[in-house]
Design a protein around this ligand. Structure first.
Ligand code: GDP
Length: 294
């Protein structure tokens, strides 16, 4: 993902570097290139507009234009602004003091929620925690089997309860955590094809029943622009703490994912880059911005 965006931006920077001193026209032309590159990468239109306006304003100062290395300064400004767009600093997963902590994952069907639940369990386990997974996705056939199979791969127990009532399963998983000395419960809830009344009600009911320390929404980077609507629609109905972007290893353009923070205000906490348990990474805006700028 982002390969062609990286290439386009680097071409623009190379052209600027080749010029030595920069004129106002060079900045205008570079900003046009950057605007096109972002739009073609599928970044939200308003996000692009604001990004280019801010970047242009910062690049057009005499401090930049008259410096000995103006092109370098432009690259630095683009990097800064991209980092800011992605959320500036790392948004940590905040776990409380209570034991067990509860993390609830929500998201549309197929978004990668079950996979993300397992990866998060794996990450926490590596950090010395003792997670347990709760299979509260009772609608998708085989979701609980999938969770059990993946859970046993990473040696994390999976609580399935009666396999029928998501709220009871979530509650039961907390009792199970207490009984078996597990300090984090990760609840995998059921997704739907789209955000509907039933999905929201269930999320609200589970939230009320288990009072999660963190609610994370899993979104699929391959979704394109609509990813932003999915996040805002969910956020309008029930508050949550942050986003996990899955399938960032895919070959979609990915601009929707880059727009999430700026449009919805929700921080990106993790990104998932594959199907293996260890492919969940804490999201660092500066590292992602550097990766995109190559
Ligand atoms: P759920 O319905 O939201 O629980 O979705 P799943 O966790 O079952 O994931 C749906 C599909 O996407 C599965 O085939 C996963 O293997 C795949 N998947 C999930 N996360 C990633 C990822 O980060 N990268 C890739 N390439 N595939 C993923």
């Amino acid at each position: 993902m982002f390969n062609s965006l990286s290439e386009r931006l680097n071409d623009t920077f190379d052209r600027l570097r080749g010029k030595g001193r920069l004129t106002e026209a060079d900045i205008v032309s570079a900003m046009r290139d950057i605007r096109m590159a972002l739009l073609e990468a599928d970044v939200n239109f308003k996000v692009v507009r604001d990004f280019v306006a801010k970047t242009k304003e910062r690049c057009s100062t005499s401090e930049v234009m008259d410096s000995l290395t103006p092109a370098q300064n432009v690259v630095k400004i683009v990097l800064d602004e991209l980092t800011e767009l992605l959320g500036s600093t790392e948004s940590k997963l905040v776990l409380g003091n209570r034991i067990p902590n509860v993390i609830m994952l929500v998201g549309l069907q197929g978004s990668g929620k079950t996979t993300a639940a397992v990866k998060l369990a794996y990450l926490l386990k590596k950090q010395g925690r003792s997670p347990i997974l709760a299979a509260a996705d009772v609608y998708r056939p085989a979701a609980a089997d999938q969770l059990s199979a993946l859970g046993s791969e990473i040696e994390v127990p999976v609580f399935r309860g009666d396999g029928a009532d998501p709220i009871e399963i979530a509650r039961g998983s907390i009792r199970e955590a207490v009984d078996t000395m597990r300090d984090v419960v990760i609840v995998d809830t059921a997704g739907r094809l789209q955000i509907d009344e039933q999905m929201m009600q269930e999320a609200v009911d589970i939230k009320r029943a288990v009072k999660p320390d963190q609610i994370l929404m899993v979104v699929d980077a391959m979704t394109g622009q609509d990813i932003v609507n999915v996040v805002s629609t969910f956020a309008e109905r029930t508050d949550f703490d942050g986003v996990i972007i899955s399938k960032l290893d895919g070959d979609a353009r990915g601009g929707g994912a880059l727009s999430i923070r700026a449009v919805t205000g929700k921080p990106i906490k993790f990104v998932s880059m594959g199907e293996k348990p260890d492919s969940l990474e804490v999201f660092y805006p500066d590292r992602m911005a550097k990766r995109i700028l190559g």
